[in-house]
Design a protein around this ligand. Structure first.
Ligand SMILES: [Ca+2]
Ligand SMILES: [Ca+2]
Ligand SMILES: [Ca+2]
Length: 450
């Protein structure tokens, strides 16, 4: 009979349980496996997974795999293991799955060998793998196992007035997950987890605050601001699914502060912002001055508060959206996102009015209020320098200025891939009055090098 001795009471109980099952099945196994040599029981040691266990009264079994009533076990003679340290040649190697694994996992958890790293919590959030004790001590909430069951996926969620000192902290409104309908200033201070952090990435998992005022689309009531890093435009409205990078610069810096100001008319506000800390000089660090940074061959870039049916183009915006040039790609194709709501698509509406559509407008002289700049963008994929423009506005996405043009597919082969977006302070009070500008939504596809 095989006995495995655990190092503690719990381990011993596990060992006794599984090994009694093992033992009770051994007789049956011998009926259909051919024992090579069953020597007299010897005192020996063996391994379960990577755990070394001490056994008594061991037997050497031929190689076999069998289902031991839920314990799928493989036992191998393991003479080669003995040569390294000169232990008894009758040592054996035992690997078992999955039930016996529970035994060794529990042992490992007791030893607290947890690989600290990011994990997916059972709630769907991103967490950090810690021991349960560390998670509690650091102020997180345990949400499912990680590190092969040795740790707990620890989720950090902080409300108004809180401080984020952990990578990946969720910043939520008062009453979250319920809405907040009140006046206030809700702040989160973010400390770098170490001096090698250069940026914050803010993922707006939920971002619903009141929209800009309806005349000039300024964020005068609710607004979201970031201080302590590179200048960030004030935004408001709905930005769920969008993101933002904040450059902090290298080394030790003062905390940056994320602020949701809520005021003005009654509104059911709700936010959940994932704050990730990005080290300097990685392949996912955004280039300096990129407020948005997209990775991948395809994707979708949207201005803040974009919504094709109700979104109002925000005023006083001035930022750059960057797309990482993926390996073996040289160009990029853009097209205005599908608009299934409006007859005349509004997924690229930068200037003009839906009551008197201006069509596509191009060039710095014509686009001097609100504009999108994409270096040398052209409708010719073969010769992208023909019909090439830098600055676009109007209410259709096209490089040919025309009131009757529609949205077309455009290309740019200037790297790095950049979209610069600028809006002035006025919309409805402008002359001529601008109406129902939504900003932009562009689908991109990188173009392979030829
Ligand atoms: Ca249009
Ligand atoms: Ca406009
Ligand atoms: Ca404007």
């Amino acid at each position: 009979m095989l006995a495995v001795v655990g190092s503690d009471v719990e381990g011993r109980r596990d060992a006794d349980y599984y090994l009694s099952r093992w033992s009770s099945k051994n007789k049956a196994l011998t009926q259909y496996t051919t024992p090579v040599q069953i020597p007299a029981p010897v005192q020996g040691r063996g391994r379960v997974d990577e755990e070394e266990v001490t056994s008594a009264d061991t037997q050497i079994w031929p190689p076999y795999t069998a289902d031991l009533g839920g314990v799928n076990a493989t036992a191998l003679p393991s003479s080669q293991e003995t040569s390294a340290d000169g232990r008894d040649a009758r040592f054996f190697k035992l690997s078992v799955s999955p039930m016996l694994k529970l035994f060794s996992l529990r042992r490992r958890r007791q030893q607290q060998q947890v690989t600290v790293g990011s994990c997916r919590a059972s709630s769907g959030d991103n967490g950090t793998c810690y021991t349960e004790a560390d998670c509690t001590r650091l102020g997180g909430a345990a949400s499912g196992p990680c590190s092969n069951g040795t740790g707990t996926c620890c989720v950090f969620q902080v409300g108004c007035g809180g401080t984020a000192s952990q990578n990946c902290t969720y910043f939520v409104n008062d009453n979250y997950p319920k809405v907040f309908n009140g006046v206030g200033s809700c702040q989160l201070s973010v400390n770098k987890i170490n001096d090698s952090i250069c940026q914050l990435r803010l993922d707006f998992d939920t971002f619903d605050i009141s929209p800009p005022e309806t005349t000039d689309h300024q964020c005068l009531n609710d607004r979201f601001t970031v201080s302590g890093g590179s200048p960030v435009p004030t935004i408001c409205g709905t930005n769920t699914g969008n993101h933002m990078y904040v450059d902090l610069g290298p080394g030790a810096t003062t905390p940056s502060v994320l602020t949701f100001v809520t005021m003005g008319p009654s509104f059911d506000r709700k936010w959940k912002v994932k704050v990730s800390q990005i080290p300097c000089n990685t392949d996912y660090t955004a280039p300096t001055s990129c407020l948005q940074y997209y990775q991948g061959v395809t994707g979708q870039v949207r201005s803040y508060n974009y919504d094709v049916s109700t979104g109002l183009q925000l005023s006083n915006q001035d930022y750059t959206s960057c797309i990482r040039t993926e390996k073996n790609f040289c160009g990029i194709q853009y097209m205005a996102c599908a608009d299934t709501v409006n007859t005349n698509p509004q997924s690229f509406t930068i200037t003009g009015s839906t009551s008197a559509p201006v069509g596509s407008v191009v060039g710095a002289a014509n686009c001097d209020k609100d504009w999108v700049t994409i270096p040398c963008i052209s409708d010719n994929s073969v010769d992208p320098t023909s019909n090439c423009q830098d600055r676009l506005c109007g209410d259709n996405f096209n490089v040919i200025q025309s009131t009757t043009s529609g949205n077309v597919v455009l290309f740019s082969y200037v790297r790095p891939f950049r979209i610069v977006y600028h809006t002035d302070a006025t919309e409805g009070s402008a002359s001529p009055t601008e109406l129902n500008n939504r900003g932009f939504c562009l689908d991109f596809v990188q173009q392979p090098c030829v």
